[in-house]
Design a protein around this ligand. Structure first.
Ligand code: PLP
Length: 384
């Protein structure tokens, strides 16, 4: 099926080309017969926005197309999507396997909330099948992975992990926020669900917080029912923004990826840079798999200056183009000294215990010209 929309699939309210923002909490019925027809399934209609809204539906249809999924469901944030999937698939005594290297708060949910509710959590030391084989021989309900992983951008062997999960009748969930469905579609490689923080590349302009889950109709329907109870819906204005973001996602990701590859190559050649983590570089441990899976390698580039935390601060302060802010995936380049931005509460030592290098700088490439970003980095590095 083509990922491009047909004319008759577009939102057609009053012939509006872009989907109207249905800024309404509730939907009206003509009379009790009309209501009954809705409840019996004879009439297709919206009921109350916690159960669904046409603006969200337009965004969901577009994302499902991109992910190659039966259906997608948007949430109030990426974390709402992650936590809702966990709550829906897990139960006390059920087991989840989650990698050591992943989005910090995903691991926090597993080790905090899920643990408290009696879910067994196994942390996978490495993204490898060998590492999976070292786990206790117990039934597993959920296997979780990220592609690329945050922050060293590892590319797990998704197909082998999917096979491992299948043999154990576990659900395999893949958070592909950093790849976006433009570069990698987890469902085509054996995942049961693909998660996106739409706050990042899908929204793409740092003006909306949103999340999404895509998969088969029966799982998404179950999540939709659960969402109506938990209430973690995306508001229609934000749904409009992510729908608009999806229209230019491919162009942005391709341009950003092309610039990121050149920046990664530049950094790798710089004498003051000790290590660059970018799957598009041959020096990256998963480069071969990255080439096999992806046509380009995304907009995040992580690098280190000899593991030196002070130097990382100095460089971040010296840069003039990228904004100094948490998050990534927007049109403006963003830079952060990762442990200080994302692990301030547990400090450098706590972050290092989780395998995060103290001097790691994470650079999210935006739409600026490569030469401008390179010259800015060059001047910043010169000052160290
Ligand atoms: C940002 C992010 C999340 C959380 O998304 P929010 O929209 O910030 O709640 C989850 N996973 C990954 C990989 C992310 O980068």
């Amino acid at each position: 099926m083509s990922k491009n929309m047909r004319r008759d699939e577009r939102s057609q309210a009053k012939n509006s080309l872009s989907p109207p923002i249905f800024q309404t909490a509730t939907f009206t019925f003509n009379n009790s017969d009309d209501l009954e027809a809705f409840h019996s399934g004879e009439k297709d209609a919206f009921f109350y926005s916690r159960y669904g809204n046409p603006t969200n539906e337009a965004a969901e249809r577009r994302l499902a197309r991109l992910e190659g999924a039966d259906a997608s469901l948007f949430y109030a944030s990426g974390m709402a999507a992650v936590s809702s999937v966990f709550l829906s698939l897990l139960a006390p005594k059920a087991r989840i396997v989650i990698p050591q290297e992943c989005y910090r708060h995903t691991r926090d949910i597993a080790e905090g909330l899920l643990n408290r509710y009696g879910v067994c959590v196994d942390v996978l030391a490495e993204y490898s099948v060998e590492s999976l084989e070292t786990l206790p021989d117990e039934p597993v309900r959920v296997l979780f992975a990220e592609i690329p992983s945050n922050p060293t951008l590892r590319i797990p062997d998704i197909e082998k992990m999917a096979e491992w999960a299948r043999q154990r009748k576990a659900r395999f969930i893949v958070d592909s926020t950093i790849a976006t469905p433009v570069l990698f579609r987890p469902l085509e490689h054996g995942a049961d669900l693909a998660i996106q923080s739409a706050t990042k590349y899908i929204g793409g302009h740092n003006d909306v917080v949103a999340g999404a889950v895509s998969g088969s109709l029966n799982i998404i329907d179950a999540l939709r029912e659960q969402q109506a109870l938990l209430g973690s819906i995306l508001g229609p204005q934000d749904a409009f923004l992510v729908e608009r973001g999806l229209k230019t996602l491919e162009l942005r990701v391709q341009r950003i990826s092309a610039t990121a590859l050149k920046l990664a190559e530049y950094l790798a050649s710089h004498p003051k840079v000790s290590r660059v983590h970018y799957p598009g570089l041959e020096s990256h441990p998963d480069h071969e798999r990255a080439v096999q899976y992806m046509s380009a390698f995304g907009g995040l580039v992580s690098f280190e200056l000899g593991g030196d935390s002070l130097k990382a601060d100095e460089l971040v302060n010296a840069l003039q183009i990228p904004v100094f802010a948490p998050g990534f995936g927007g049109t403006e380049s963003q830079v952060e000294h990762h442990v200080k931005m994302a692990y301030a509460d547990i400090g450098i030592e706590g972050a290092e215990n989780r395998g995060i290098s103290a001097g790691l700088i994470r650079y999210s490439v935006g739409l600026e010209d490569f030469e401008v970003l390179r010259d800015d980095l060059s001047e910043g590095l010169e000052k160290l």
